[in-house]
Design a protein around this ligand. Structure first.
Ligand code: UN1
Length: 509
């Protein structure tokens, strides 16, 4: 057991913010109240930025970009290296603040900050590897190549559930790529954003000479987000949130020919095959479905279990659901913390009612009386469904796992892919044919397809994102950096002739 802190979460948040260098004067007097889901208590009342203030931040970011793009990329990487150092020093405090503001367990709060450190390390290496191709040309005495150039201002819109990591994935890459950043955090988690701003400011001060306005935070609701999305000087909008949000943001940015990286909803599934290691599947499903109180984009929401192993696995899962610890993440070792707010609770209850109406058998899902009426703790719900209908087809951002039987492998692949979202997926099997088929062109249609691990908890080294209604964007590792740069194809003629491509003749006297 950890020793209960003497301060309530609101006071604890304020002391952490002060330690991280956030000016206390910013926390009061505004009309944007922020709460901790841990107890429901108010922490702060921030002042929202106006759309004019957002425009001014974009102007400053654009001016900063024009300077930053000329700084050599490895030198830009040095700023990110320093940021990684500052994050290491701030890990405990920032992780704690994530737990207070988003309700994550201490281990998940710290894990989120670790993702930030990891992406910084990745981006530092990348700052010396922004490689372009050289390409064989059809013309003698010519050279063809690709060069990658900084893109401009990146607008980052992030969600409450990964309040700091997703920003860092974007920002660490954007900075080494020569871009500037304006960040609109979720209105549910602005304090962790202010903390990140303060931590980055320490790295900027040590770096010396970074242009003013290189990375900034704008606070507010939909109007603030819209001001970013509509601003033609924002070259790339990287937005994480619901598919509904993406349906608004995507067309708006496309209408001005801006670029987007959309990381939207997921309806991630696991398939447990007859040969699966059931002990392993049990643990993986438990973490994937109940971890972070079911509030990850990558949370496992559907589980298909083969008829042969259903009765060996599902009753054990039901017992794990009944015994998992739910509680105040600041004062206990509970694995499952609170839902973010009342709306999340209502959405969960509505989905469970719909599942029941569709013939589902619900285990768990009731509200847990922890920390009084302003906090929304629930028992995670496992729902045995006769088929994939109704709420099973939708993402409900809460800990609900719909479990279904299957008998035919091809049919289960069809069912797996028969939802709108396409983020993450996993299969539990020791059968090579099943595994390879799942990973093949006719297998999982998701951006992430795993074998013998769950759907969540991706490392930063891979490209993160998904297909279909998940939006198609990719962030963090692999070559996701290309989304933050513009590509130029260059053909250089070092001969004394001017041969035209495709053998075209155009002779003038
Ligand atoms: C998200 O939920 O928005 O794979 C991101 C994971 C984390 C990131 C999730 N690395 O679960």
């Amino acid at each position: 057991m950890t020793t209960p802190p003497t301060l309530g979460p609101a006071d604890l948040a304020r002391s952490v913010l002060a330690r991280l260098g956030v000016d206390a004067a910013r926390l009061d007097g505004g009309s944007m109240a922020t709460f901790t889901p841990v107890t429901g208590a108010q922490i702060a009342a921030l002042t929202s930025d106006t759309p004019e203030a957002v425009a001014a931040a974009v102007e400053r970011a654009h001016a900063a970009f024009r300077i930053w793009r000329d700084v050599p990329a490895p030198r830009r990487g040095e700023l990110v290296r320093l940021f990684g150092e500052e994050l290491r020093a701030a890990k405990a405090d920032l992780g704690r603040l994530v737990s207070i503001e988003a309700g994550k367990s201490p281990s998940e709060g710290a894990g989120e900050v670790q993702e930030m450190i990891d992406i910084c390390d990745f981006a530092v290496g990348l700052s010396r590897q922004l490689y372009g191709l050289t390409i064989a040309t059809e013309r003698p005495g010519h050279r063809m190549m690709e060069t990658w150039h900084p893109l401009g201002v990146v607008g980052v819109i992030s969600a409450f559930n990964f309040p700091v990591a997703v920003w860092s994935w974007n920002t660490a890459l954007a900075l080494v790529c020569g871009d500037s950043v304006v960040w609109k955090p979720s209105e549910k988690t602005p304090l962790t954003a202010l903390a990140c701003e303060a931590i980055l400011a320490k790295a900027v001060a040590r770096f010396g000479g970074a242009p003013e306005g290189l990375s900034s935070v704008v606070i507010g609701g939909a109007d603030v987000g819209e001001a970013l999305v509509d601003n033609p000087k924002v070259a790339l909008v990287s937005a994480t949130g619901s598919t509904r949000m993406g349906r608004v943001v995507g067309p708006k940015v496309a209408a001005r020919f801006g670029r987007t990286i959309l990381e939207l909803g997921g309806n991630n599934a696991g398939i447990v095959c007859p040969s699966a290691d059931l002990d392993m599947a049990l643990r993986a499903v438990a973490f994937g479905a109940m971890g972070t109180a079911g509030q990850r984009c990558t949370t496992m929401r559907r589980l298909f279990v083969h008829d042969d192993v259903y009765d060996a696995l599902v009753p054990r899962l039901v017992r794990a659901y009944a015994s998992v610890t739910v509680g105040n993440p600041l004062e206990s070792q509970a694995l499952v913390g609170p839902l973010i707010d009342a709306r999340a609770f209502e959405a969960m209850q509505a989905a469970l009612a719909a599942a029941k109406a569709a013939g589902g058998t619900v285990h768990g899902g009731e509200r847990a009386d922890i920390e009084g009426p302003g906090a929304y703790y629930v028992r995670p719900a496992l729902v045995e469904m006769p088929e994939q209908t109704g709420p099973v087809l939708e993402e409900t951002f809460a800990p609900i796992l719909y479990v279904m039987r299957y008998t035919d492998f091809d049919a289960v692949l069809e069912a797996h892919n028969a939802v709108g979202a396409g983020l993450s997926s996993s299969i539990f099997t020791l059968d090579l044919r099943e595994m390879e088929t799942f990973l093949s062109a006719r297998g999982s249609d998701c951006g992430i397809a795993n074998v013998n691990i769950g759907t969540s908890g991706a490392e930063i080294g891979g490209a993160f994102g998904g297909e279909k209604e998940t939006g198609g964007g990719r962030e963090s590792g692999s070559d996701a950096w290309k989304g933050y740069m513009r590509r130029a194809t260059n053909t250089v003629n070092y001969s004394r002739n001017l041969p035209l491509a495709q053998g075209v003749v155009f002779d003038i006297d």
